[in-house]
Design a protein. Sequence first.
Length: 301
Amino acid sequence: MANIVLLVVCFLAGMILRRTGRFPDNTPAALNGFIIHVSLPAVALLHIHNLRLDLSLLYTVSMAWLLFGAGFLLFRTLGRLASLPRETVGALMLVGGLGNTSFVGLPMIEAYYGKEFLGIGLIADQLGSFLVLSTLGILTATVYSSGDVSLRQIVRKILYFPPFQALILALLLRPVPFHPWAVTVLQKVGDTLTPLALASVGFQLQLSQMRGELKPLSLGLLYKLAIGPALIALLFVGVLGGKGPVMQVTLFEAAMAPMISAGIIAVDHRLNPPLVALLVGIGIPLSFITLPVWWWLLRGV
C-alpha cells in the first residue's frame, strides 16, 4: 500500500510544482536525464545480478516481448490507417506496448497474490519489460524520432544506452558477489527512479491537451489494459494450455498500466510528450480499476 501512496504523492507533487511555477520548464529534461544515466542503471545492476534463471519461467520472460511485438504491429497498422504522426505512433508503441511490471506490478502482486510471488514479477520486469525497453524500445524510439537511420546508428544507440550497459555489466558480474555496502548504495540510488519518474510525468501532464490526443490515448490504453493482456492470455492459456498460479501472475503482469520508464525514454526522444504524459498519468490510476477485474478473471486459470 505504501508503494501505491508513493506513486500518487510523487505524481501530484509534479503537477503542483508545475502549477506553482517553482521549478523551470525544463525540469522534466533534468529529471529524465538523471533517471536514464543514474537511476535505471542502478536498478539493472542490482536486480539482474541477483536473478535466478529457471526454464519453467519461459512464459513469464516471453510475455513482455510478445506484448510489445503485438503492440508494434497493431499501432503501426492503425497509425497508417488513421494517418497518425510518426511521433505519435512511436509513443504508442513504446508506452502502450510496455507494462509497469515493477513499480505498479510488484505492489499489486503482493496485494493480490502474496509476497511469495514477487520473484515472478521481478523476472517479468527485468528479463521482460526492462530488457525489451533496453533493446527493441531504444530501437523503436530512435527510428520513430529520427526517421531514416543507419543500422550502425541504431546499434550505437543501443550499446551506448546506459541501462543496457548496466544490464550487460550485471550479467558479467553474476559470478561475483556484491559487497553489502554496494548493494545498499545501488538500492538507494535505484529507489530514486519511482519518485523522480512520477514527478516528471506529473509535471508534464496537462489534461487540457486530452481532447487533441483522445484518439491515440484511447487506442493506447485500450491495448495496454485490455486487448494486449487478452491476446497473451489467449496464446498462453487457450493455445498452449498454460495454467497455475505462476501463469496467473504472469498474465496479471501483462495487464499492468503503461511503463513509466518507457515514457521517460519516449519523452527523451521527443515522441509526443503530451500523449506520453497522458498515457502514464491516466493509465496508472485507471489500472487500479481494471486490475481487480483481471484478477477475478484469472482465478480459473
